[in-house]
Ligand binder design. Sequence first.
Ligand code: AMP
Length: 505
Amino acid sequence: MNLFSLLDQAAARFPGRGAVFRGTEQFHSFAELRSRALRIAAGLRAVGRPGDRIAIATENVPEYVELFFAIWAAGMAATPVNAKLHPRELVQILEDSGASIVFVSPKLAGGLEQALDGSTAASCRRIIIGGEDYTAMAAGDEWAGPIDPDPQALGWLFYTSGTTGRSKGAMLSHRNLLAMTVAHLADVEAVDEDCSLLHAAPMSHGSGLYMAAYVARGARQVVPASSAFEPAEFLDLCDRHPGCGAFLAPTMVQRLRLEAERGGRRPANLRSIVYGGGPMYVEELRRSLAVFGPVFAQIYGQGEAPMTIASLRRRDHASDDDAVLGSVGFARSGVEVAVVDADGRPLPTGEVGEIVCRGDVVMAGYWNNPKATAEALRGGWLFTGDMGSFDGRGYLTLRDRSKDVIISGGSNIYPREVEEVLLRHPDVAEVCVTGQPDPEWGEIVVAFIVAEPGREISPGGLDEHCNASIARFKRPKRYLFVEDLPKNNYGKVVKRDLRARLAGG
Ligand code: AMP
């Protein structure tokens, strides 16, 4: 099965309903979306071959939706690139993927041209989204040839966010993406034609991955007019579209909550916020639940098993048990999840080890990178690099990436646990805990602290606060007070930068 069939079916059932919106304005109905996708597909087949990688480099725009389906109808592989990457990083992805075409937004086109100069990707054809060539492509004849039904065909070459090194291309097949889509509808949220997906997070990643589930159910895709995440605009859109849902990174949830609190606003049609991609601290989750009500579900996944390893259901968010709220929930439908030791042997309930998973969502490997593939896929399992443990009820709790665990005086310390405690201090706004090499202890625990505006915090006060709830050896030996924390384009704290800061003294 080809993902294009999701749009084909939706267009047959809901031809006249709005499929894509820019802000509040309808961009295309389902019948128009299908037709445009097929026209662009014909344009792609006129210049390329099945299996070609077609890059998309743009901030969130309504055209993203037709491009995905056009590329799939043409039997090619979408290669979305985060718009906030440096042009040189964008070129690296074009080089690595060998993309033959890049659809680029007018905003990014200039920077890309410069960065392509002298690159091996210089022959990659540039088509400006909304430009003359693009418009001509979307106005031609529809693709009338066969649509490749092979579920193993590459549908999305997904470049990881690269918090631990250079970005790698996870090869996601149509089968992987369908398994993800079905599991989303089964585990996370029920979607129908009266629902809308607000693309506030990058469509090159989580938000774009959810597009297929919403198209399959005849629901709306809403791209904010700002092409970005503006909390006030987001809240407005929630009043203007039916049954609004969105995927948000935890830092975006926090910004939305602050905006809602500031304006005393409760968005009328906010149905669902799915968060994940990084840790959501229990304290923040409780505050957000108090403001928005029971609209939250959490997902745990990674590019290699997109959005689909575990999820914490909406009803679990009603729990007053911190262990439930601090977990990533249960293994997803159709995904086996286990926790293993350093030799890959399963560990008993309660013990911390590396999280592994297998199932139809797991990628085939990394593009042109057999070494990294052999490290990640072993014995049919995906080794996630995340540490965690199951409890007796089946809840999976993520500790940290194995690389982030601090080993001090021979004891393992999970930064997340210390961060959760520090965030309960009323004057702490943000925190990141990491290890610093130390001749005596191997590593010591260091906390970078961002204070709430106008508050002074003393290390002594933080020590006292920690002593009240965690073992002394986990308590930071050093506190560094900073204005803000370095974050990547997905809002994830870049621990690597903080560690480098420590190494530099
Ligand atoms: P990416 O491949 O860029 O989506 O990054 C995936 C990584 O983000 C995972 O391996 C985890 O380390 C982290 N992550 C994803 N979801 C969650 C979550 N719900 N809670 C904490 N960390 C998460």
